[in-house]
Design a protein around this ligand. Structure first.
Ligand code: PEP
Ligand code: MN
Length: 270
C-alpha cells in the first residue's frame, strides 16, 4: 500500500494524542461505559464502577445509529448533560458518537472526544467537520472497509489541521454469523507499520458476545493495541442497546486485572 500522506508513518516516532491527562499512544488506555446513555442513575452508577475498576475514560452513546428506526435512538442533549455529570463526578474524560455535521460544534462543548462510528466512517462531510473542530476524534473502522480506506478517512481529518485522531478496530463483516463481526486483530500490527496514529480495539462490537470479550481484549493487548473500548452495564439483560455484548462491572474489573498482569509480563519481554 502506498503511503497516504499526513497519516503515514515516516520514522520511528508515534503520535501521542492527549485528552486531559490521558495519553493515547503512550499509556494503555481503557475506555468503558454503556453502549447508550439510558438515564442519569444508570450512567452515573456505571461511571463509578468503571472508574473504580481502572477505566481512564467513559463512553456512552446519545445519538445511536440503530438498524431499525423504531429502536431506541438515544437521549440526545439530555444524554450529553448526563455525561457531563458523570465527568464532573468521576473526573474522567468522555467519548460519545457524533452522527450529524450540525451537531459537531455544540456537542464538542459536552464531550472530550468525538466518536465517528463505523457506519459514518466514510461520511466525508462529517470527517471534514470534526477535522475543523480541532477536538480529538475516535475514528472507528467501517464494517466493510479496508485499512487503506480507513486511513484515507483519517487523512480527511488531519488534512483539516486536526492531528488528534485515534483509530479504533471494531470488527468487519464477513460470512461468519456466530460473531456479530470478525475482529481483525491483524489490523493492529499492520497499522503500526503504516501510520503513526494510536490504535485501540473494541472487542464488544468486534464480537457481539460478552463471553468473548476477555480473550479478545487480552489478544488485542498482546498484538500491541494502545487501548480498548469496552461496553459495561450494571444490568446487561435490561440494556436498551447491546446488552449481549456488555460486561458487568465485576467482569470488567477482573478483565482489568488480567490486562495488568499481561502487560507486566509483556514489559518483561522487551
Ligand atoms: C458504539 O460504539 O456504540 C457503536 C455504535 O459502534 P460502531 O460504530 O463500531 O458500530
Ligand atoms: Mn454499542
Amino acid at each position: 500500500m502506498n503511503p497516504i500522506g499526513l497519516v503515514s508513518r515516516s520514522g520511528p516516532e508515534r503520535s501521542v494524542v492527549a485528552v486531559e491527562d490521558v495519553r493515547f499512544g503512550q499509556d494503555f488506555v481503557v475506555i468503558a461505559g454503556p453502549c447508550s446513555v439510558e438515564s442519569e442513575d444508570q450512567t452515573l452508577a456505571i461511571a463509578r464502577e468503571v472508574k473504580g475498576a481502572g477505566a481512564r475514560m467513559i463512553r456512552g452513546g446519545v445519538f445511536k445509529p440503530r438498524t431499525s428506526p423504531y429502536a431506541f435512538q438515544g437521549l440526545g442533549l439530555k444524554g450529553l448533560k448526563i455525561l457531563k455529570k458523570a465527568r464532573e463526578e468521576t473526573g474522567l474524560p468522555i467519548v460519545s458518537e457524533v452522527m450529524d455535521t450540525r451537531d459537531v460544534s455544540w456537542m464538542g462543548e459536552y464531550v472530550d472526544v468525538l466518536q465517528i462510528g463505523a457506519r459514518n466512517m466514510q461520511n466525508f462531510s462529517l470527517l471534514k467537520e470534526v477535522g475543523k473542530s480541532g477536538k480529538p476524534v475516535l475514528l472507528k473502522r467501517g464494517m466493510h472497509s479496508t485499512l487503506s480506506e480507513w486511513l484515507n478517512c483519517a487523512e480527511y481529518i488531519l488534512k483539516e489541521g486536526n492531528s488528534r485522531v485515534i483509530l479504533c478496530e471494531r470488527g468487519i463483516r464477513t460470512f461468519e454469523t456466530y460473531t456479530r463481526n470478525t475482529l481483525d486483530l491483524s489490523a493492529i500490527p499492520a497499522l503500526k507499520e503504516l501510520t503513526h496514529l494510536p490504535v485501540i480495539v473494541d472487542p464488544a462490537h468486534g464480537t457481539g458476545r460478552a463471553s468473548l470479550i476477555p480473550s479478545m481484549s487480552l489478544a488485542a493487548v498482546a498484538a500491541g493495541a494502545d487501548g480498548l473500548i469496552v461496553e459495561v452495564h450494571t444490568d446487561p439483560a435490561a440494556a436498551l442497546s447491546d446488552g449481549d455484548q456488555s460486561l458487568t462491572p465485576s467482569q470488567f474489573s477482573s478483565l482489568n486485572e488480567k490486562i495488568a498482569a499481561l502487560r507486566s509480563f509483556m514489559d518483561g519481554l522487551n
